[in-house]
Design a protein around this ligand. Structure first.
Ligand SMILES: C[S@@+](CC[C@H](N)C(=O)[O-])C[C@H]1O[C@@H](n2cnc3c(N)ncnc32)[C@H](O)[C@@H]1O
Length: 301
């Protein structure tokens, strides 16, 4: 949790981002995330006590809200599968195919999946999200891309990726969940945000976070591109608008079986839970309600 000084810094940063002029250009990142140090730092951030846990909880709940009982997920740019593990633990009824281009991420992810005993439900394959092999893996109930689109080098490749999703969605009627950073208007916002919001993480992770924010598509750019998916909805986090979500709910009211449970009855560690609630509060109320309708298909032990 940022200390009081950092919280004051975040408020000042938000005010400047809102009122000062700026026109930050995209600075693309390499596509595949590689390098043992950065893969390990990113993986650790998704652990139970890691800085990404609250954001993964938000995403896993949203994805759960979009999945029917026994649903199948096709995820684009899965990294080391920390989000997929989170979702699989929340929803023991779902199966997941995750994709990535980075051998190191795939290998770290397979190791984590095997250690969690979830190899029967999560498969990681090497695939490019601009040419995802949807057909080879059977119909998905949900296509997702979390923190991955900002790795695409340019708008034409983004368009190609979104067009593939749109085509698969139109053919199957599945749900879609896209989440990423939103590029701010000012470079100073991207520079200062990781230092103020996550002062506890390693230098490598702060640098990665800053680079991702600078590589992100703006909310306007990604909203325009994702409009290729019919009836998709868009939302951006408020206060410091550095996150965006685009989704289509084929299953907006998840069937809760006899064993089903609303997850707001479930708590992570106290600190995790506080941070998750703080992250959730950044979103418009319609998104908060939608995310909170995500559920676990059996009470967590
Ligand atoms: C920041 S990580 C996010 C991983 C995961 N979705 C998460 O939220 O933890 C982005 C991942 O996208 C992968 N990636 C980048 N370009 C890709 C492409 N064209 N196709 C598939 N994966 C790609 C990178 O290798 C990296 O592992």
């Amino acid at each position: 949790m940022p200390d009081l000084l950092s919280q004051a810094g975040l408020i000042s940063l938000a005010v400047k981002e809102a009122v000062l002029p700026g026109n930050l250009e995209r600075e693309p990142e390499p596509m595949a995330m590689e390098g043992e140090g950065s893969v390990e730092a990113f993986h650790d951030a998704g652990d139970d006590a890691g800085a990404l846990w609250p954001v993964y909880r938000f995403n896993a709940l949203a994805m759960s809200a979009l999945l029917p009982e026994g649903g199948r997920v096709f995820d684009l740019g899965s990294g080391s599968a920390q989000l997929l593990l989170h979702l699989a633990q929340l929803r023991p009824d779902v199966t997941i195919v995750g994709t990535d281009l980075s051998e190191e991420m795939l290998s770290r992810g397979r190791q984590a999946i095997s250690a969690a005993g979830l190899g029967a439900r999560i498969e990681l394959i090497e695939a490019d999200m601009t040419a995802p092999p949807f057909e080879e893996h059977g119909a998905a109930d949900l296509i997702s891309a979390v923190f991955s689109l900002h790795h695409l080098p340019d708008r034409p490749l983004l368009t190609r990726c979104i067009d593939r999703i749109a085509k698969a969605q139109a053919a199957s009627g599945c749900s879609v969940w896209i989440f990423d950073h939103a590029r701010p208007r000012r470079a100073q916002t991207a520079e200062a945000f990781p230092k103020l919001a996550t002062p506890q993480v390693s230098r490598a992770l702060k640098d990665d976070s800053r680079n991702s924010i600078k590589a992100a598509f703006s909310y306007a750019e990604l909203s325009e591109s994702t409009d290729a998916i019919a009836e998709i909805r868009h939302a951006q986090a408020r206060f410091l608008p550095l996150y965006q979500a685009h989704w289509l709910g084929a299953h907006p009211r998840p069937p809760i079986s006899g064993q089903g449970t609303r997850v707001d009855a479930e708590r992570g560690t106290r600190n995790n839970d506080q941070q998750f609630r703080a992250f959730l509060s950044l979103w418009p109320s319609s998104v908060r309600r939608f995310v909170q309708s995500g559920y676990a298909s059996k009470p967590p032990s």
